[in-house]
Design a protein around this ligand. Structure first.
Ligand code: RUQ
Ligand code: CUA
Length: 660
């Protein structure tokens, strides 16, 4: 890095850093909402919202489901982080979900929820989300709102450009933010050998059409840029996947400055169909890796974790026609494809225009070899003018992400100038701009990245809220803002705070989800090896130092409720089956002093809490969920005796001991 360059860049960077727009204070534009705004977001008691919005929790590692237009939080769905609220990641059944090649990783940084697609439309079956930190992709089943699968991705660092579905969810695709040496390459290399030893890897995870089951099909080895975001083509561009990349300078220190040297970085276009053909033709190279694949079953109510040992790769420099680069002004972030699949919109964080690329022109430029040089010897860079359909001029400062409505308009967030800009997709003219508070990242329109946007609302996720809410100490809430986009002008309707940092959200009309809801799990189908189907079957079994308690929960008692013969130093596994067969009747389970969590057991489900009693005494346990008028009576005791004690195993409920 030359020091003079550093000085030139300072003003641009200062602009980015000082992006909180101190000029925009509540009481000015932010408070000027129309008189009918309240009516438009009011969902009367007992009524349902029109839309579900699934918002990433960022560093909370979870996903939150909100109702729109009310902004009501419906549920936090635990994904990558342990959740003591319901025992996810604490119960014996769910611990394997958080297993990785690095061991148990009970946290992640989740950015991009992605609804599964059929014919390019959101089908409401599954929601995928990336773990950015320990690279993973999770799948949430939208019939149960449970995380049912997590697959780790080898060979990459920072699974940020992820997970984006192809048009029929043939694949969910992810790409690396922090290029690194491949896992098997002998990682002990000097960091300044970056250009030589570091690689990018694009992961293609195959999704089973019936079950949603994921499988790492192959990885494409690409130059060591920082890959930021992605979107699949659709319609005519079905076979292609588009990625933004920054740091095409391939810097490895002070990226703030060194990765902003070039006037243009790239949108990388990958012909995934062609890559798939090459893999099917046996052109892939198998390499050893290590990654976890964790699957949860609604029948055993348990997860299994398998460590996979191999993947196959294709080095894109060896297969011409797989990869092309479209130059894109200044450190592009989001890349979005119009509903008709014809235009590709990329947003340069430091750029003064929004370039809109034409898919048709891209194909022409490839056919005519309208190249502007090569990367790594033989990866063509297409000429900017040859692929450009046009530029949205003077959109604002710091364009990041774009989504589309049902009427031919695009909406782009401006991080630095804190606004959303509405423009017309066909003539690229700006129609409207609305201030937001403050520094928006992503935005979400129901169906807004699909072939058939539903439109009506845009939800903008703000990184900074400053003075918008009652203060809560040094950490202030991040927030979403809801706009009505049914008319010509965007109208602010509502602000609501969010869980963690919402990066992206996907929104879908509620009827696509509601009709498939599972209300309880059928007890008859429960194949958990520790399930008991009636109180008569409950028991306590000692095997050496291991004690298995087979317990049931039912309004309003736990059976058995008095358990003796437990000893200090035992490994006690309490397996609780919730016998209820009705909607909305979970039972909880907690033990005094257990350094684990509580469990929340759904009707028909079995969950297991592991407990290590470390001192003798009488230890109460109870149901934590106020389940009935006699919930407070739903309790019991363990008697813990010293190790080696002669107190026999004994358990009972009611006046008559169940058995012994
Ligand atoms: S990002 S604020 Cu992690 Cu999707 Cu753009
Ligand atoms: Cu069961 Cu309270």
């Amino acid at each position: 890095m030359k020091f003079s360059n550093y000085k030139i860049l300072i003003p641009a960077l200062a602009l980015l850093a000082g992006s909180t727009m101190p000029g925009c204070k509540p009481g000015k534009a932010g408070s000027s909402v129309d008189a009918d705004a309240a009516q438009k977001v009011y969902v009367a008691p007992g009524k349902y919202d029109e839309i579900y919005t699934f918002m990433s929790g960022g560093f909370s590692g979870q996903v939150a489901a909100y109702g729109i237009p009310s902004g009501r939080l419906l549920k936090v769905i635990p994904v990558f982080s342990q959740n003591p609220e319901n025992g996810y990641g604490y119960s014996e059944e769910t611990k394997p979900m958080l297993n990785t090649s690095h061991g148990f990783v009970a946290w992640d940084d989740s950015h991009h929820p992605e609804l599964s697609k059929t014919n390019g439309e959101d089908d409401g079956r599954w929601l995928f989300i990336n773990g950015n930190n320990t690279p993973r992709i999770a799948r949430i089943d939208l019939t149960t709102f449970k995380t049912t699968e997590i697959i780790e991705l080898p060979n990459i660092g920072g699974n940020h450009a992820s997970p984006f579905c192809t048009e029929n969810t043939e694949y969910v695709v992810g790409n690396t933010r922090f290029s690194q040496p491949l896992d098997n390459a002998g990682n002990d290399v000097p960091i300044d050998s970056y250009k030589k030893n570091f690689k990018g890897a694009v992961s293609f995870v195959k999704v089973d059409k019936e079950t949603g089951g994921m499988k790492l099909a192959f990885q494409l080895i690409v130059p060591p840029f920082n890959y930021d975001l992605a979107h699949a083509g659709k319609g005519p561009s079905h076979d292609w996947m588009f990625f933004t990349c920054y740091n095409t300078e391939q810097a490895n220190t002070l990226l703030e400055v060194n990765a902003s040297q070039r006037d243009k970085d790239f949108v990388m276009a990958i012909n995934w169909k062609k890559a798939e053909e090459l893999i099917l033709a046996g052109k892939g190279t198998k390499i050893p890796v290590k990654y976890a694949h964790n699957v949860y079953s609604d029948k055993t109510h348990s997860a299994t974790s398998t460590i996979e040992k191999e993947t196959q790769i294709l080095d894109v420099t060896k297969f011409p026609g797989l990869v092309y680069y479209m130059p894109c002004p200044k450190s592009p972030h989001g890349v979005d494809v119009t509903p008709d699949g014809e235009s590709i919109v990329a947003s340069g964080k430091l750029a003064a225009v929004i370039p809109v690329f034409s898919y048709k022109k891209m194909l022409d430029a490839i056919a005519k070899k309208a190249y502007d040089g090569m990367i790594d010897g033989n990866l063509p860079v297409l000429k900017y003018e040859a692929v450009l359909r046009g530029e949205v001029k003077k959109p604002g400062l710091g364009p990041l992400h774009t989504e589309f409505d049902d009427k031919g308009f695009a909406y782009t967030t401006m991080f630095v100038s804190s606004e959303v800009v509405k423009w017309k997709v066909d003539n690229l003219e700006i129609i409207d701009r609305a201030p937001v508070f403050y520094s928006p990242g992503h935005l979400s329109i129901p169906g807004g990245d699909s072939k058939k946007p539903y439109g009506k609302y845009v939800i903008v996720m703000d990184k900074i809220t400053k003075d918008r809410y009652l203060p809560t100490g040094p950490e202030l809430s991040q927030a979403a803002q809801l706009f009505d986009i049914s008319g010509n002008k965007m109208k602010l309707l509502l602000d609501f705070p969010t869980i963690g940092e919402p990066h992206y959200a996907q929104s879908i009309p509620a009827d696509k989800i509601v009709k498939n809801q599972v209300k309880f799990f059928k007890l008859a189908e429960n194949t958990n090896p520790y399930a008991v189907k009636s109180e008569k079957e409950t028991k306590v079994v000692r095997t050496g130092k291991r004690v298995d308690v087979y317990m049931t929960a039912m309004r309003s008692h736990l059976a058995p409720d008095n358990i003796e013969g437990i000893q200090v130093g035992d490994d006690v596994y309490i397996h609780i089956t919730n016998l209820e067969q009705d909607w909305d009747v979970p039972h909880g389970f907690a033990i005094k002093g257990a350094n684990n969590a509580e469990l929340l057991i759904m009707p028909g489900e079995t969950s297991t809490l592991k407990w290590n009693p470390y001192q003798q005494g009488i230890v109460p346990f109870y149901c934590t969920d106020f389940c009935s008028a006699l919930h407070q009576e739903m309790q019991g005791y363990f008697r813990v005796s010293p190790a080696g004690s002669k107190v026999p195993v004994k358990f009972s409920i009611g006046v008559n001991p169940v058995t012994q």
